[in-house]
Design a protein around this ligand. Sequence first.
Ligand SMILES: Nc1nc2c(c(=O)[nH]1)N[C@@H](CN(C=O)c1ccc(C(=O)N[C@@H](CCC(=O)O)C(=O)O)cc1)CN2
Ligand SMILES: NCC(=O)N[C@@H]1O[C@H](COP(=O)([O-])[O-])[C@@H](O)[C@H]1O
Length: 229
Amino acid sequence: MAGTTDSEQCRILVFASGNGSNFQAIIDAIASGQIPNARITQLIVNRGKAYATKRAEANNIPWEYFNLISHGFQSKSDTDPAKLQQARDNYDAALAKKILESDKPPHLIVLAGWMYIFGEHFLDPISAAGIKVINLHPALPGKYDGVNAIGRAYEDFKAGKLEGNKTGIMVHYVIKQVDRGEPLMTREIEIQQGEELKQLEERIHENEHQLIVEATAKVVKEIMASKAQ
Ligand SMILES: Nc1nc2c(c(=O)[nH]1)N[C@@H](CN(C=O)c1ccc(C(=O)N[C@@H](CCC(=O)O)C(=O)O)cc1)CN2
Ligand SMILES: NCC(=O)N[C@@H]1O[C@H](COP(=O)([O-])[O-])[C@@H](O)[C@H]1O
């Protein structure tokens, strides 16, 4: 952002696996000043065809493809649980090392549609370095952990089992237990009678684009305040 030197800026590393519309929301919010004193230093994807990479290129943000199988940590034929876990541990450790050995490590990692569960070999060294990790999830705390959260909430709504016909979204700090880290921001979203899943998904994504920006701005402000002390 104009007026701040590189050392005065919060360095953000974004992880994505798909379309990257939330990544784009952060790009746009930094450009507009809605997230001040910050810059995205890099995008990391684990799917080579992720459209998020096109968004990075269009905004001159470096990106890297780093995949569990393509980069040799796991073989497609592996089935032994111990080998699979070792592969994930090695991938996690290599990814953490890559980040920590960069000449300008991030202050903040944002998981914006990152579809891979991190283990302690990633989370522990990143935490030890004082780097915060936040994640966007399309459900309320303690509801619909994991993938396809919107679809599962919608199915419960159709079955009359969704309390108050309400689901929601959250940004939370990332811990080993998936989607169980401390919530940073949440927003309830009521499913309307007669609403189709696609309509709900569109409404949820619109709300996510706002929440991920508000939550990132909040954490950036906290990081910058602590740096100033
Ligand atoms: N340790 C943590 N890692 C991650 C968290 C977290 O809270 N703790 N959040 C996720 C994001 N996420 C939900 O918000 C999520 C993403 C992916 C999965 C999952 O089951 N992944 C599978 C692969 C699925 C696939 O490739 O389609 C896996 O990793 O084996 C669950 C939750 C990001 N990481
Ligand atoms: N469990 C994690 C999860 O489901 N994340 C979800 O992936 C989508 C990414 O969209 P995007 O690629 O357009 O930003 C978002 O809906 C996000 O909440």
